[in-house]
Design a protein around this ligand. Structure first.
Ligand code: RFL
Ligand code: PHB
Length: 390
């Protein structure tokens, strides 16, 4: 097989890249190791920045997002029994965010891809990328029991944190941070108890109230690293959430049947550079952030926007100015998002070795956001999404 751009991974990064290239008349092939059912059900992100929504619109993939997405104008911070709302439009010159699950973004992109092309192969596992320094890199992959090759002009490694692409790059430099706690995430068949997301800091630990639709809630609890979800029966989850969200008024948490439960470790990772020869990494393949800032999916999309621009420029004019600066262009935004995610994580979680000093400093940070327009505006600008560097 031969194509212009070989895309490894059919998550949001790979699927959106394929769609943007297809719209620009550039052919590509997407190889996804898992089945369609698996990628469409994998529970993950829910918050889309304005720039992510715009990119999906530009890709012609926002029809359902525009009708079913929930536009949010702010978030609520809860701490010390108080609540404080951060209003995005008034602090950022009109920006909003949209709640629309990653599962739905993936379903929409897969449906378009299967209907209009370019080819998307499920259960096609990339095994290696050969000759990335040459003008014709080759992806070796396994599909329907056979080993095959895909010869490309460029290869996009969009295969997530556990993929093979990053390992093809020469050593480079990696930065990691492991946080000493994890998140227990649940999906519940109950109307959200709030109109906007609630980020709660309590002495019992962090809790987040998010949602998927007017009838489905998504909630998270900080739990110790290594927690087994089976140790958290539904009543225990609801009791702990209610205790962490408690405020001094008549707000109440609505309970309902829990349909999914999973534990996610909290870590940050950045690999530099994001390009080697004709292999370019995008999304979780190159970097991950703790989910407290809701940045992972949004960063994957901003990498892909830059990558698509570079590939379109190269295809139309033979120029590779954007591709030559791909890594620096992406990493500026990646490090800003990593910094923001780290700040939010530290401000809201209780450390197992934390003491009264840590507790007071966290509260002082939260009170500063509640009291100062400048501090709130800084949070709002980062949360709703910093501009693309081009
Ligand atoms: P993905 O989604 O991991 O997709 C990579 C795809 O590559 C496939 N693959 C291979 N295919 C072929 N050959 C191989 N050898 C392959 N190896 C792997 C995989 O099967 C997969 O389909 O990466 P991508 O596309 O870069 O997208 C990144 C996002 O998925 C991720 O950053 C977000 O989900 C992170 N995240 C959040 N991001 C946000 O922007 N907002 C949020 O609110 C948010 N909440 C979250 C999150 C992540 C979470 N977890 C579970 C880590 C909440 C949670 C709990
Ligand atoms: C989600 O809806 O899954 C979600 C929202 C905000 C976050 C993390 C996850 O910070």
């Amino acid at each position: 097989m031969r194509t212009t751009v070989g895309i490894i991974g059919g998550g949001p990064a790979g699927l959106l890249l394929a769609r943007l290239l297809h719209r620009a008349g550039i052919d590509c092939v997407v190889l996804e190791s898992r089945s369609r059912e698996y990628v469409e059900q994998r529970q993950r992100a829910g918050m889309l920045e304005q720039g992510t929504v715009d990119a999906l619109r530009e890709a012609g993939a926002a029809a359902r997002l525009d009708t079913e997405g929930l536009v949010h104008h702010g978030i609520e911070l809860r701490f010390d029994g108080e609540r404080h709302r951060v209003d995005f439009p008034s602090l950022t010159g009109g920006r909003t965010v949209t709640i629309y699950a990653q599962t739905e973004v993936v379903k929409d992109l897969v449906a378009l891809q299967l209907a209009e092309g370019p080819p998307l192969l499920f259960e096609a596992e990339a095994l290696a990328v050969e000759k990335p320094e040459s003008g014709a890199p080759v992806v070796r992959f396994r599909h329907e029991g056979r080993e095959r090759t895909l010869t490309c002009d460029w290869v996009a490694g969009c295969d997530g944190f556990h993929g093979i692409s990053r390992g093809v790059l020469p050593a480079g430099r990696s930065y990691t941070r492991a946080y000493p706690y994890a998140w227990l995430g649940v999906l519940a068949e109950v109307a959200p108890s709030c109109e906007e997301l609630i980020y709660a800091r309590s002495e019992r630990g962090f809790a987040l109230h998010s949602m998927r639709s007017p009838s489905v809630s998504r909630l998270y609890l900080q739990v110790p690293e290594g927690t087994d979800a089976r140790d958290w029966p539904d009543d225990r989850v609801w009791d702990e959430l209610a205790a962490r969200f408690a405020v001094g008024d008549d707000w109440a948490l609505c309970r309902g049947p829990i349909t999914a439960k999973s534990v996610t470790p909290m870590r940050a990772f950045v690999h530099e550079p994001m390009r080697h020869g004709r292999l370019l990494l995008a999304g979780d393949a190159a970097h991950i952030v703790p989910p407290t800032g809701a940045k992972g999916l949004n960063l994957a999309v901003s990498d892909v926007r830059i990558l698509a621009r570079g590939l379109v420029e190269w295809h139309r004019s033979g120029e590779s100015h954007v591709l030559d600066h791909y890594s620096e262009l992406c990493l500026q935004r990646v490090w800003q998002a990593t910094r923001f995610s780290d700040d939010m994580t530290r401000m809201l979680h209780t450390r197992p070795d934390g003491d009264a000093f840590d507790h007071q400093v966290q509260l002082a940070r939260l009170r500063r956001i509640a009291a100062s327009r400048e501090a709130a505006a800084e949070l709002a600008a980062n949360y709703s999404g910093l501009p693309l560097p081009l």
